[in-house]
Ligand binder design. Structure first.
Ligand code: DC
Length: 229
């Protein structure tokens, strides 16, 4: 069977990972959440006091990148691969507003991006992979056979993220979540190294009014067409 690379890019909280996970399951492909990798580096920076409310010791983080090992391990119950930092499961620790607040500045650093992109390219060398992020179709796999660019209004995305965090027991306000979503949109799209842009050959899907099933059906259809060619 002809295996392909599927790149899914888009703004924060567009539900990329939900669809990407289901897509990978449907095709029996590996799923990689690259946002989790940038979050893991951010978590390391927070835990080591390299970043905080009014400071960011970029040089120290870059110097210490060699101490960071990010791995994924499939969790049967969850149905996807969870992220580990130096052998510790940090899957839920990285899904907090605290990590979300600092991840975009960390993701602007070229040394961080080089390290993570290299690892991502290795993970995709045998194809049969669904990878989601911001620069997958433009930088990580510019030759990916299928590229999807997901969009939705900032309000739709903030509402989804707010509900998700509330369901997980976090206490926070909708305004804080909306502010985080729009700030990350701005930093992610305007950074110098690998800004979030739609690849020219990407297919744009605005999922503001689409159910997960509808999105999945569309993307599986597109993938099957390429696989069967
Ligand atoms: O997908 P996410 O919201 O978990 O990603 C967290 C942050 O990581 C996002 O705001 C920008 C950064 N990121 C990136 O710069 N490049 C990627 N390929 C994935 C994420």
């Amino acid at each position: 069977m002809n295996k392909i690379i599927i790149a899914i890019d888009g703004f924060s909280s567009t539900g990329k990972s939900t669809v990407a996970k289901l897509l990978a399951k449907n095709l029996n492909y590996i799923y990689v959440d690259t946002g989790a990798m940038y979050r893991a580096v951010t978590y390391f920076a927070l835990e080591n006091d390299l970043i905080g409310k009014d400071f960011f010791d970029e040089d120290a983080l870059v110097r210490r990148l060699g101490e960071i090992s990010i791995t994924f391990k499939f969790n049967k119950e969850a149905g996807f691969a969870e992220v580990y930092l130096n052998g510790n499961n940090i899957e839920s620790a990285i899904r907090t507003l605290r990590v979300s607040k600092f991840v975009s500045p960390v993701a602007t650093l070229s040394a961080v991006r080089r390290k993570l992109v290299e690892q991502q390219q290795l993970m995709g060398k045998d194809k049969g992979i669904v990878m989601d992020g911001r620069d997958i179709g433009t930088v990580v796999f510019p030759d990916a056979e299928l590229k999807i660019f997901m969009t939705a209004s900032a309000e739709t995305r903030a509402k989804r993220r707010y509900k998700e965090l509330l369901d997980r027991g976090h206490e926070l306000s909708y305004e804080d979540v909306l502010e985080n979503v729009t700030t990350r949109d701005r930093i992610d799209s305007t950074r110098e190294d690998s800004p979030l842009v739609k690849a020219v050959d990407a297919i744009e899907i605005d999922n503001s009014d689409l159910t997960i099933e509808e999105q999945l059906e569309t993307i599986v259809g597109l993938a099957q067409e390429i696989i069967e060619k």
